[in-house]
Design a protein around this ligand. Structure first.
Ligand SMILES: NC(=O)C1=CN([C@@H]2O[C@H](COP(=O)(O)OP(=O)(O)OC[C@H]3O[C@@H](n4cnc5c(N)ncnc54)[C@H](OP(=O)(O)O)[C@@H]3O)[C@@H](O)[C@H]2O)C=CC1
Ligand SMILES: O=C(O)C1=N[C@H](C(=O)O)C[C@H](O)C1
Length: 252
């Protein structure tokens, strides 16, 4: 029996840290074929002319929305890794998809399987502890802070606490230097570290009476994101509309 034709994939941000890794992974997988490697100076039209079925978006928070729109308008499914999409931007993507209901867009704050699991573990733990704070640690070339992963983690933790009837984490601070207590994301304090030698790391710290729990994830190399990128490419064609996070693709 013949195996199905490989999925034709275009990578946006192809020479970037993530993009170059995605180009390699797509080229090596037996069921995907790289048909377009798009850089900043290239036209997105290459995606159309080369017949890309799925685009992988790994550029910059400033360009990601325009690129998604181009793909949706041209009937190309999109796997988005670029961070910086908040509620308003996701609503915008939904409105474009309403015009093209056959197209799928996956926005994955983090492609690493361990990171996705760590977010779920944090969500499970959230109702049981008085205090929660997040520390995310990344390489110093990262453009955005806090990370998309930390923002998403804060969101799910905050929602789980609210559903359990938990109020804010206790905090008596009345005098502080700007930034000393981190950013407030949905009521959760998020601290961003940028440091040479790091790739992508996160700790979610929970505190209860006489105990703490730390949920930590480390990506030591961008190869760690590739199984999630390939899973997204394989699945998005059969998931029209907007999907946020890899959780549902992993059966979580
Ligand atoms: N979801 C996940 O698991 C992960 C997400 N990310 C996210 O992916 C994004 C990219 O990260 P990273 O690879 O480290 O960043 P890089 O800066 O290394 O790569 C981004 C690339 O995109 C290019 N670029 C910028 N604007 C455009 C555009 N309009 N069209 C096409 N290409 C463009 C840049 O070009 P030039 O070289 O000319 O500047 C660069 O090559 C970030 O938002 C990051 O947070 C990163 C890791 C994992
Ligand atoms: O820029 C990065 O490197 C990463 N970005 C994503 C984020 O903002 O969460 C995912 C991962 O943390 C690596």
């Amino acid at each position: 029996m013949n195996s199905p034709a490989p999925i034709k994939v275009g990578v946006l941000g192809a020479r970037g840290r993530m993009g170059s890794e995605a180009v390699r992974a797509v080229g090596e997988a037996p069921d995907t074929e790289l048909v377009a490697a798009v850089n900043r100076e290239d036209s997105l039209d290459a995606l159309v002319s080369e017949g890309a079925q799925v685009a992988v978006e790994l550029t910059h928070p400033d360009s990601v929305l325009d690129n998604i729109r181009f793909c949706v308008d041209n009937g190309i499914h999109v796997v988005v890794g670029t961070s910086g999409l908040g509620t308003a931007e996701l609503d915008q993507v939904r409105s474009w998809l309403a015009e093209r209901p056959e197209v799928g867009v996956l926005v994955a704050p983090n492609f690493a399987i361990g990171a996705v699991l760590s977010m779920r573990f944090a969500e499970i733990a959230a109702p049981f502890f008085d205090s929660v704070e997040i520390v995310e640690l990344h390489h110093p070339k990262k453009a955005d802070a806090p990370s998309g992963t930390a923002a998403r983690t804060a969101q799910v933790v905050s929602q789980a606490r609210a559903e359990a009837g938990r109020g804010p984490s206790p905090d008596a601070t009345t005098k502080e230097l700007d930034g000393a207590r981190g950013a407030d994301v949905d009521g959760v304090r998020v601290h961003s570290v940028r440091m040479t030698g790091l790739v992508a790391h996160q700790e979610v710290l929970f505190g209860g009476e006489d105990e703490t729990l730390t949920v930590r994830h480390d990506s030591y190399d961008r190869r760690s994101f590739m199984p999630g990128v390939l899973l997204g490419i394989r699945e998005i064609g059969s998931r029209p509309g907007l999907t946020v996070g890899l959780e549902s693709l992993l059966g979580l």
